[in-house]
Design a protein around this ligand. Structure first.
Ligand code: CP
Ligand code: NVA
Length: 321
């Protein structure tokens, strides 16, 4: 696709809280635009669409990729990034979420937030008059999935007729992947140990979207059947941020749910391995499998930057009005 044919998606003022809030065309428009903005950075072409603006980033959990890719992305776009720690804002404790939202909206042009309860992000978005971007909650990680889909699109060119298999915990990644794959029309299978399936209401939402886009959504405990023919095999940590106390118990329950060369033998011969990172080698992924697929996995990490810049331009730039 030529860069000229792709224009800035017109999503001015919209929040980016969950992938189900967008139409398939809106998400595909963002992915196509992310490819353009990636090329612009590669070619060192100026793309300071947010010149003179400021974007706040609030973190209640640790981060490497989200923190750095947002800060660099905001800077690339000509805006000023403001990093806010829990100790400073203490969302919903020091003052109400509504008051934080309305105050920040008087200073900045967008708010990125990483926290625990998804409802906190929804409430922040409800009260903020500037776009709120979800940088991970216990329920969803939509920015990560935009980078994942971008990586898949770069490798395979299209989504229809393709399949992504996710192996591991039915967590925020599984949830956003189900919705994201269904939105772009790609089959998605979530393979978990018994008792770690994704929430039923999220599965139902993904199935309803898939019924319209032609994507099959499946949940299984059978690794071989689930991975069979997959074009991407995805995994994530067994214990998410906030579940550190459960890590040992989870290690026992997830035994055998390791993406390794045996598992990859069941996938499509050209299958890629995706991992949102951080990785726990020897748990959800075998060390040699990660290294064999490191180019893709770190391209996926890089794509956070480009996908999020596309989201910020589309929701905050004057050109997106
Ligand atoms: N994948 C991801 O969100 O990484 P961080 O937790 O390092 O931001
Ligand atoms: N499920 C993981 C994703 C990390 C990017 C977590 O929430 O910790």
């Amino acid at each position: 696709m030529s860069a000229q044919a792709v224009s800035i998606p017109k999503l001015y003022g919209r929040d980016f809280v969950a992938l189900e809030d967008f139409t398939p065309d809106e998400l595909k428009g963002l992915l196509d635009y992310a490819i353009v903005i990636k090329q612009e950075k590669r070619n060192r072409r100026p793309h300071a669409y947010l010149q003179g603006k400021s974007v706040a980033m609030y973190f209640e959990k640790p981060s490497n990729r989200t923190r750095v890719s947002f800060e660099v992305g905001i800077y690339d776009l000509g805006a000023h990034p403001i990093y806010l720690r829990k100790e400073e804002i203490n969302l919903g404790v020091r003052e109400s979420i509504a008051d934080t939202a309305r105050t920040l909206s008087r200073y900045v042009d967008g708010i990125m937030i990483r926290t625990f309860a998804h409802t906190d992000v929804e409430e922040l978005a409800r009260w903020a008059s500037v776009p709120v971007i979800n940088g991970l909650t216990d329920l969803h990680h939509p920015c990560q999935v935009m980078a994942d889909l971008l990586t898949f699109q770069e490798k395979f060119g299209s989504f229809s007729g393709k399949k992504l298999a996710y192996m591991g915990d039915g967590n925020n990644m599984a949830n956003s992947l189900m919705i994201g794959c269904a939105q772009v029309g790609m089959d998605v299978t979530i393979i978990t140990p018994s008792g770690f399936e994704p929430p039923k209401d999220v599965v139902a939402k993904a199935e309803a979207i898939g019924a319209k886009t032609g994507a099959a959504v499946a949940i299984t405990h059978d690794i071989e059947a689930g991975v069979k023919g997959a074009h991407a095999v995805y995994t994530d940590v067994w214990a998410s941020m906030g579940q550190e106390a459960e890590a040992d118990a989870r290690r026992n329950k997830f035994m055998g749910f390791t993406v390794d060369s045996k598992v990859m033998g069941w996938a499509d011969p050209n299958a890629i391995v995706l991992h949102c990172l951080p990785a726990h080698r020897g748990e959800e992924i075998a060390p040699d499998t990660l290294e064999t697929h490191a180019d893709t996995i770190f391209e996926q990490a890089e794509n956070r930057l480009h996908a999020q810049k596309a989201v910020m331009v589309a929701t905050m730039a004057d050109e997106a009005r």
